[in-house]
Structures are given as structure tokens and as C-alpha cells.
Write a protein that binds this ligand. Sequence first.
Ligand SMILES: [Fe+2]
Length: 164
Amino acid sequence: MIDSQIVILLQSQIAAEFSAANFYFNLSSVCNSLNFKGFSHYFLQAGCEEQAHAKKIIEYLFLNEQPVDIRDIQTKEIAMPISIPDVFNSALEAEIEITERINTIMLAAVNLTDFATQNFLMWFIDEQKKAVAEAKFLARRVLDLSDNFAALCDLDHEVGEDEI
Ligand SMILES: [Fe+2]
């Protein structure tokens, strides 16, 4: 039987994943309006990945015969006007925040000696490690290229082709 503390944490993580998805869709829209179609595509994909993460957690709760009740998904605001370096910095901040949330749930699972949930969460721990590294790389790269429009357009194309 899964502990109610874990159920509550996982249920709020579902909302956090959907919130991250919405946030990425908003970043995608910003990139689209700035005419960076590759970055826009990248963030659309990122939003879909967050939705897939939410689905994984929903399935885990169902496996444990727990209900899911999704309400009040609050999406982080984007401060306007926003530049491409701002977009990637806010994506990095979002990934760091998600990592901290996953770590909190893992800590609760460790404290409760809930081995099944620890095992389930390992996928998320690995995923976040990669997501933060990629977000950090892109935030730095975009900042380095921010004064070089042609190079930024090349990166936009590369990222849009999933070549990073
Ligand atoms: Fe996620």
C-alpha cells in the first residue's frame, strides 16, 4: 500500500508536469512570434514531453489503485518583453525547479522505505539530470550567440531539427 504522503506528492507533481508543459507551450509561442521556428518546435516538443511525464505518474497512481483529480494548474508567468536568451534561461530555471520537486518526492519515498516508488522515480531522476544539462548547454550557447544573429539562426535551425 502506497503512503498517503506519496500519493499527495505525486498528485501535485502531475499538476506541476502539466504546468511545465503549458509553460513550454508559451515559450514556444514566444519563439514563434520572434520568428525562431526551430526553437518554437523544440519547446512544443518539450511541452509534449512534460505531458508524457504527467501520464507516467497517472499510470503509477492507477497501478497503486489511487485516484487522480487534476485541478488548478497554475502556469508560470512569462515576463514580457522577452528575448531568446531570456526564453532559454527561464527554461533552465523551470528544469531546476522540477528537479527539486522530484528530489523532494524521492526523499519522502526513501524516508518511508517505499522501494517501489524509489524505483519508479529513478527514471525521473535520470531524465531531470539530462534535461538540466541540455537546458544549461542551450542557455549558455544562446547567450554566447546573442550578438550574432546569423549564428543564432543557424542554432535555431539545428535545434529545430533535433540535432543537439
Ligand atoms: Fe517533467
